[in-house]
Design a binder for this molecule. Structure first.
Ligand SMILES: Nc1ncnc2c1ncn2[C@@H]1O[C@H](COP(=O)(O)OP(=O)(O)OP(=O)(O)O)[C@@H](O)[C@H]1O
Length: 311
């Protein structure tokens, strides 16, 4: 079983270690006798604009990463070599970089993926030490990550998965659970926003979904949760032009002045839809250049060589 599935399952359980160690989805289901994969991920329901312009104070820092270094767990293979990044409320950050530069590793380290060990540096999320928290606590705190390759969860219907995720998150916030009908009412407009058929709700999570359908489903999960920081790892990969527009519109519809988005992408086209506040270029485990949307356009036009020559 993919470690990221375990990670998501871990978010759902009061005993995260059990889930992290369990080898299969079904073993987690059987061991817990509770519905699995509650996936306490957060989302964003963001409405930027008016609210932002009416604020006098500067936006709060959501995430501050300083000097972060990390290795592949149990090895001395260093992947992150001094990451520094500050994300404030209302911002959209895009991380770009050549294959293998460490973009996905960075996002996985933030959500507590067990494949990596932090060896140095700090990450403060909403004023608290992120690395002191278990993966599920990071989710409870408002961190969400969409996966580059969303995995299938046989035996768990999408509807159950989404409702349990939503209710687990609500429970963590001290809010009452949503019953099936209430939840459907809550979910329906989100499905429509993503141009997804309700038939996807009856199917098992991601089972038999096309690549693009899986990506839409990731954003649907994002939409039913309430994250302060949504990390979207290559959410644009494998999407046709219509799906890209739907997914981007849905993400934009979730934005508000108190949350933020961190996108990992290889392509400028996503940034035409989801406008970045900052674009960062990663190389060999660290951010080597930061700019605005223009940086991504320069990259698109001339490639990484051109950027190096211009720096
Ligand atoms: N679990 C692991 N074991 C061994 N090497 C790893 C592991 N995870 C990441 N790496 C290596 O770390 C480097 C960074 O990988 P990562 O997936 O973070 O890059 P990326 O910038 O996201 O790449 P891409 O753009 O191709 O998705 C790669 O060389 C990769 O092979």
């Amino acid at each position: 079983m993919d470690a990221m599935v375990c990670l998501r399952a871990a978010s759902a359980y009061s005993s995260p270690r059990l889930a992290l160690k369990s080898p299969t989805a079904t073993s987690i289901l059987h061991a817990s006798k509770r519905p699995a994969f509650l996936c306490i991920r957060n989302v964003a329901a963001i409405e930027i604009g008016q609210e932002m312009s009416s604020r006098n104070d500067s936006p709060k820092v959501l995430l501050k990463v300083e000097g972060l270094t990390a290795v592949v767990a149990g090895t001395d293979t260093e992947i992150l070599r001094g990451m520094n990044l500050t994300i404030r409320e209302g911002e959209v950050h895009a991380i770009m970089g050549k294959n293998g530069s460490g973009k996905s590793t960075f996002s996985k380290v933030l959500v507590g993926h067990p494949d990596y060990e932090v060896t140095g540096g700090t990450a403060v999320f909403k004023g608290e030490d992120l690395f002191e928290k278990e993966p599920e606590e990071r989710s409870h705190a408002g961190l969400f990550m969409s996966f580059q390759s969303p995995v299938e969860v046989p035996g768990v219907s999408n509807m159950d998965f989404l409702r349990m995720s939503c209710n687990a998150r609500r429970a963590a916030q001290g809010l009452p659970e949503l019953g099936p009908l209430e939840f459907y009412g809550f979910l329906s407009p989100k499905l429509s926003a993503l141009n997804m058929s309700p038939t996807f709700l009856d199917r098992n999570v991601n089972e038999g979904f096309s690549g693009g359908e899986k990506k839409r489903n990731e954003i649907l999960q994002l939409a039913v949760l309430e994250a302060d920081l949504a990390i979207l790892d290559e959410i644009d990969s494998g999407l046709d032009v219509d799906a890209l527009r739907d997914v981007a519109n849905a993400v934009n519809g979730l934005r508000k002045s108190t949350n933020a988005v961190l996108m990992i992408t290889h392509y400028q086209r996503l940034l035409d839809y989801i406008k970045p506040t900052f674009v960062h270029i990663m190389e060999k485990g660290q951010i080597v250049k930061t700019g605005d949307a223009l940086l991504a356009k320069q990259l698109e036009a001339g490639g990484y060589e051109a950027l190096s020559a211009g720096s």
